[in-house]
Design a protein around this ligand. Structure first.
Ligand code: NAD
Length: 255
């Protein structure tokens, strides 16, 4: 079914390279949305732009460091100036630090992960809010994780905290957005093959086997698996869905 997002304007952060943001951005554009994809990494952003242009999609690339609040504001303004409205926001830009608690440093691991996994959700949501209100409402899609529900053997102290935080923050956004027809939902993926995870899957002995043991369905997740869910949440098909979390995890959190 094509055209499920016809005429909608979407901003997708973290849209560069092989990742969840790219999967969402390209699928949205293939479904008829006008998309602004943002990334800090120009080479990665150019990869997504090249795919979109080769397919003739309505796609603009925007380079910014979204840890700067002014950059989020400028990104949303760019989308509205370019396409005339803002209906969909996907916050896939993120960075994270892992370390066992004995080595977990307040600045290097804790504060940096809060910046990479909470600030990078809050700032674009805040910057998009008034534009969505002015556009008659919209759909915000944030990413929690299987690690909002289950722990890892080691290293994920701040990551688990931020992902629980994204769940709670998004419920609050849903509550405050409902009077303005702004819906807000999370997707909680288990491990998805992205440029970030591919390195470990390909080179770290035993890592892929450990991941596969934690998944009921017999394959790794792909960005498209998340893109299908995000497309549903972005479209009017989900117009009665807000404050929800959808676990797209091959059954990992149902064991
Ligand atoms: N990949 C997984 O296995 C997985 C699993 C569960 C949850 N998630 C969550 O899904 C979301 C997307 O994950 P992913 O694996 O696609 O990430 P990724 O690391 O592959 O991609 C993130 C993108 O964000 C960009 N970025 C980083 N800092 C930025 C900044 N300051 N400003 C602008 N762009 C910036 C990066 O350049 C990169 O292209 C994250 O919130 C992640 O925690 C991912």
């Amino acid at each position: 079914m094509a055209g499920r997002l016809n005429g909608k304007v979407a901003v997708v952060t973290g849209a560069g390279g092989l990742g969840i943001g790219q999967g969402c951005a390209l699928m949205f554009a293939r479904e008829g949305a006008h998309v602004v994809g943002c990334d800090i990494n120009k080479a990665a952003a150019d990869e997504t732009l090249a795919i979109a242009k080769a397919e003739g999609l309505s796609y603009e690339s925007y380079i910014a460091d979204l840890t700067d609040p002014a950059a989020s504001d400028a990104l949303m303004q760019y989308a509205v100036d370019t396409f005339g409205a803002l209906h969909i926001l996907v916050t896939a830009a993120a960075f994270v630090e892992f370390a066992p608690i004995e080595e977990f440093d307040y600045e290097k691991h804790w504060k940096r992960t809060l910046q990479g996994e909470l600030d990078l959700v809050f700032l674009p949501c805040k910057a998009a809010w008034n534009h969505m209100k002015a556009s008659g409402g919209g759909s915000i899609i944030n990413f929690a994780s299987a690690n909002a529900y289950v722990s890892l053997p080691s290293g994920a102290l701040a990551h688990c905290a931020t992902k629980g935080g994204v769940l709670a923050m998004t419920r609050q956004l849903a509550s405050e957005g409902a009077p303005h027809h702004i819906r807000a939902n999370t997707i909680s993926p288990a491990l998805i093959v992205t440029s970030h995870t591919k390195e470990r899957l390909d080179h770290e002995p035993g890592f892929k086997e450990m991941v596969m043991k934690s998944i009921m369905l017999d394959r790794l997740g792909q960005p498209e698996d998340i893109g299908y869910c995000a497309t549903y949440l972005a479209s009017d098909e989900s117009s009665w869905v807000t404050g929800a979390d959808i676990r797209v995890d091959g059954g990992a959190t149902a064991f």
